[in-house]
Structure formats: structure tokens, C-alpha cells
Write a protein that binds this ligand. Sequence first.
Ligand SMILES: Nc1ncnc2c1ncn2[C@@H]1O[C@H](COP(=O)(O)OP(=O)(O)OP(=O)(O)O)[C@@H](O)[C@H]1O
Ligand SMILES: [Mg+2]
Length: 258
Amino acid sequence: MALIKKFRIKSFKKEVSVLELDKISMFYNKRQILNNLSLKIHKQEILGMLGPNGVGKSTIFHIITGLKEPSYGQVLINGSDCTNIPVYERATKFNLGYVPQYGGFIQDLNLIDNLKLVAEIHIKDKNLRKTKIDKLISQFEFEPLIGIKSKHLSGGQKKKLVIAMALINDPSILLLDEPFAALDILTIKMLQEIIINLQSLEKITVIVCDHQARDLLSCVDRAIVLSNGKIIASGSPSEIIKDNSARSAYFGDEFKIN
Ligand SMILES: Nc1ncnc2c1ncn2[C@@H]1O[C@H](COP(=O)(O)OP(=O)(O)OP(=O)(O)O)[C@@H](O)[C@H]1O
Ligand SMILES: [Mg+2]
């Protein structure tokens, strides 16, 4: 495993749950996807979420952001029940940043206009807005791409755009649904470093899911594995890969991280 994260937070001083899913169940028609799932995420924690295709990871993000309403259970942010707070209000009130698995930008706007659109919503001061956009353009090396219609960007460039859009409002909680998919090796490293710096400097809380399990495990404090609607394993990266249930449901016998 690449030594991206130099330390892992194992015990959190104040047991403050920034985000809590309390007994969440989710049905689509009569099919149950999530089954009485509870999860607490601490302030400044980077949590990795793993699990097979279709297990419900994106659904969990949709429930946290408010894009979907759970069939049962509550979503609490900073201790308050926000299950019925609409998407936009929830995002602004709790300063959520979200990178969806697909899409997340306006196809017919060029790259810089997508960034400006989000910046205009979140940052009132014109100069601050420009400073923030310029910083992201340089950080993500967008200079040659700013005038290109977003639908014409490559797969990885689109993903980078959506990640940059999610960072514009300096989120307190950042939700990343498969951020590493489609990214090249160096860009994955850059993103891992961004995530870790945001955690240590800005004290933000991150939930990330991805099937690039090694890349994910190298930058999280704790990982969970989902199977059949439940969390079947939880622990540090080195603990979780040894867990028998996690190995049989997700990692397989051969998986190693170094
Ligand atoms: N609107 C919907 N109507 C019916 N079924 C749905 C709907 N949305 C999601 N599902 C089902 O819910 C399950 C969970 O989907 P979800 O997208 O959360 O999985 P995932 O863990 O993110 O998978 P992947 O790793 O492939 O992204 C899947 O079986 C999917 O088919
Ligand atoms: Mg998904």
C-alpha cells in the first residue's frame, strides 16, 4: 500500500458524530436494499465504504444528501435530524460537498462556466469567487480546458471537474462516490493528498466509496464493508482486509494491499 496517509486516527477524542445514519432501511418497490443500517461518522474522520456492485453505496450517499428519502430511519447531521430537510437546504445548512458517481455538471456549459455556476451559488464576494476558481484551475491543471464544453471533456477530466465543483464551497462534509474511477495514477495520488490535507488542515469529514480498494484503503482512517443491506465489517484498513466476512463478501482470498 502506498504510504499516502502517514497516520491514522484510531480513537477520536470527542465522540462527536458529525453524521449519523440511524436504523436506515431502504426499499425500491418491494425489494429491500438497506436493512436497518446504522453508522456514525466522527468529525475529521475519513471513512471508506466498500461493497459489491448494487449493494447500496450510492443509495447511502443519496440518502445523506437528501436526493432520496429512506423508507425507514433517520439521518442526523451534527446531532440534528435532517431526514426531511430538502437537498439544497441540507447542502447549504450543513456545508456538504458531493461528487456523484455519474454526471454532476452541466454538459453544455464549458468547464469554467460549470465552476462559476457553483461558485456564484456559494460565494457572494466576487473577488473571493475568482480567487477560489483560479486556485482550483491551477490545482487541477485545467488551464488548457477552461473553454471546452464539458460534454467534450475526457472521462477523467469530467470526474476532476466534478471534484473541483464539490470543493468550491470548502465543504465541512465531503461525500465522494467513486472519485478514483477514470482517474490516472498521478491524479489519484493528487486527490488522495487533497483529501488528507483537507482532513488535517480544514478538519473536514470525508466519506468515500470506490472499487479501487487499494487506493481507497491507502487514504482512509476506517473502512466499512457492506453486504446484503448491512455493514458486515468495520475497522482500520489493515484490520478490514483480514476480516473473514469482508474477504468472503468483497475482497476475495487473493487481495493484498502491499
Ligand atoms: N430508482 C431505483 N429503482 C429501483 N431500484 C433501484 C433504484 N435505484 C437503485 N436501485 C437498486 O438499488 C441497488 C443499490 O444501488 P446503488 O446504486 O446504491 O448500488 P452501489 O452499491 O452504488 O453499486 P455500484 O458499486 O455498482 O455503484 C441496486 O440493486 C439498484 O438496482
Ligand atoms: Mg454506486
